[in-house]
Design a protein around this ligand. Structure first.
Ligand code: FAD
Length: 468
């Protein structure tokens, strides 16, 4: 197919912006249609009406292995806003937090020194963890694909993981990365986190946090896309994809029709289901299973304490309902903003703010002795009911590809492209997955690969199975 002249991208989240930017840079006249008046989708900030503060809906963490996200940030000129944290701290009261950090040994052994030094787990529990890690390393990518239909808990049982190792190590990592606990998450998705995020390279697990509100990372996309000849239509909602029985001729919006040679849907599956009429769903089998894409909630809680209570940048809270705490800074009046994250939060969704605050405070006080004698001056919880798609066993099979290949399986709507973290990127619901999906769609439209390669595994890790 020759290069299209015009493209309509529905959705100004990370996936839509990444796709639109690459298309605009390549000379396609692209129009982004975004229902909200701000960019960034689920990775966003808002002004708290109670205090006037700009707050993120939730802390968003990236890692060194997020090669496409980092490429996107560099294109937007915001890569300098990411602060890197090689040390991950695990609360272990009454002791000081344990520290996990890549050491001098080459991958896959870079965590050996700090992991052995962690007091959270016994030596026998650490040996069991190492055994499971070894098995994941040796099975490689092809081996993990065979676990696609099973839960990670089955793998943990098969490798004889003690209950405490599951509760204090495996579960906090899996629920943070996959937004489902080990007994619900697909084993293949969880294994990817350990194979690529932990074992392949010492650069992969380094944690990145934005030093600015999330929305400031994505605002520059408006300027970048416009500078490359594209248009953003903020505050405009797509109502339907216009399908003439053979091709999608553009997008019907509440402000009229946007005609385009190609259309990219970069909205979550439930939204796409509303935009695609029956005729389009019948014509394009990628859309047949949209209703099966499940979701999982996350709650972010902003607490302000009258004085500093947290003296480390972040903490994992193993075995607690709250998985992470982040220090979001001390104000001029000496008060500290602490942010708590509860992933896989289904069991919390019926609680009101006061009940959420009470539970979170219990966890905060468990982890931070200085918080035991002070009350927060304000608490703001943000419930994200459909925070991420649910990476349950078998999910990979219902994730659609960016491009219909015209075969029996995908049907024939060749000028409709799909992006969004839930499409087939191989990644869990992450900002990296969203950018990948945008680059995959742009690459499919332009007929050339655009995805940035993964970090190369270390030599020994590769010899042992990483990346194979
Ligand atoms: C609470 C929370 C915590 C998270 N934590 C992390 C983390 O730590 N690390 C990480 O990597 N990821 C995290 N994620 C996941 C990450 O935010 C998402 O994977 C990513 O932002 C998805 O981007 P997207 O572009 O695919 O979808 P979205 O962000 O959902 O973008 C879709 C866009 O389409 C727009 N839209 C929808 N319908 C229409 C319509 N009809 N017309 C026009 N526009 C429409 C929406 O307004 C939205 O802007 C978290 C998500 C949440 C909610």
């Amino acid at each position: 197919m020759s290069m299209p002249r015009t493209a309509a991208v529905v959705g100004g989240g990370i996936a839509g912006l990444a796709c639109a930017l690459r298309l605009a840079e390549a000379g396609v006249r692209v129009t982004v249609i975004e229902t909200r008046r701000k960019l960034g989708g689920r990775a966003t900030s808002f002004v708290d009406p109670r205090t006037g503060e700009v707050l993120d809906n939730c802390q968003h963490v990236l890692m060194g292995c997020c090669t496409n996200l980092l490429d996107f940030y560099a294109r937007l000129g915001v890569d300098g806003a990411i602060e890197w944290h090689p040390v991950v701290r695990w609360a272990n009261p009454p002791h000081a937090p344990d520290r996990m950090l890549p050491g001098r040994l080459p991958a896959p052994a870079h965590f050996t020194g700090s992991f052995l030094g962690m007091r959270l787990l016994t030596f026998a529990e650490k040996r069991a963890v190492a055994r499971a890690m070894w098995r994941m390393l040796r099975m490689g990518t092809s081996g993990r694909a065979r676990w696609e239909g099973r839960t990670f808990a089955e793998f943990l049982r098969e490798t004889g993981q003690p209950g405490r190792a599951v509760q204090l190590f495996w579960s906090p990592v899996v629920v943070s990365a996959c937004n489902l606990d080990v007994d619900e998450a697909s084993a293949a998705s969880a294994m990817q986190v350990f194979q690529e995020g932990f074992l392949a390279s010492p650069d992969a697990p380094v944690m990145g946090l934005s030093a600015v509100p999330l929305v400031r990372l994505y605002d520059p996309a408006e300027q970048a896309i416009a500078a490359a000849g594209g248009t953003l239509r903020l505050g405009v909602s797509a109502r339907a994809l216009a399908f003439d029985g053979r091709r999608v001729s553009g997008v019907v919006t509440d402000e009229g029709m946007v005609d385009a040679d190609v259309t990219v849907s970069a909205v979550p599956a439930d939204r796409l289901e509303k935009l695609a009429g029956d005729a389009l769903v019948r014509a394009d089998r990628r859309l047949a299973r949209l209703g099966e894409v499940g979701s999982s909630p996350i709650i972010g809680v902003h607490l302000r304490f009258p004085a500093r209570v947290m003296d480390v940048p972040h903490l994992v809270l193993p075995g607690r309902g709250t998985q992470w705490l982040f220090d979001k800074g001390v104000g001029e009046d000496g008060s500290q903003h602490v942010h708590a994250v509860i992933s896989g939060a289904r069991g919390w969704m019926d609680l009101d703010e006061a009940a959420i605050a009470a539970r979170v405070l219990e966890d905060v006080r468990w982890a931070l002795p200085a918080a035991r004698s002070v009350e927060p001056v304000s608490v703001r919880s943000v419930k994200e009911k459909r925070a991420t798609f649910a990476v349950t066993p078998g999910f990979e099979a219902i994730r659609p590809r960016a491009m219909a290949d015209g075969t029996e399986r995908d049907g024939g709507v060749r000028n409709l492209y799909l992006a969004g973290d839930w499409t087939r990127t191989g990644w869990p619901a992450t900002m990296e997955g969203a950018v990948r999906s945008g680059y995959l769609a742009a690459g499919a439209i332009l007929g050339r690969p655009m995805v940035v390669p993964d970090l190369p595994p270390g030599r020994i890790a590769r010899l042992l199975g990483a990346g194979r």
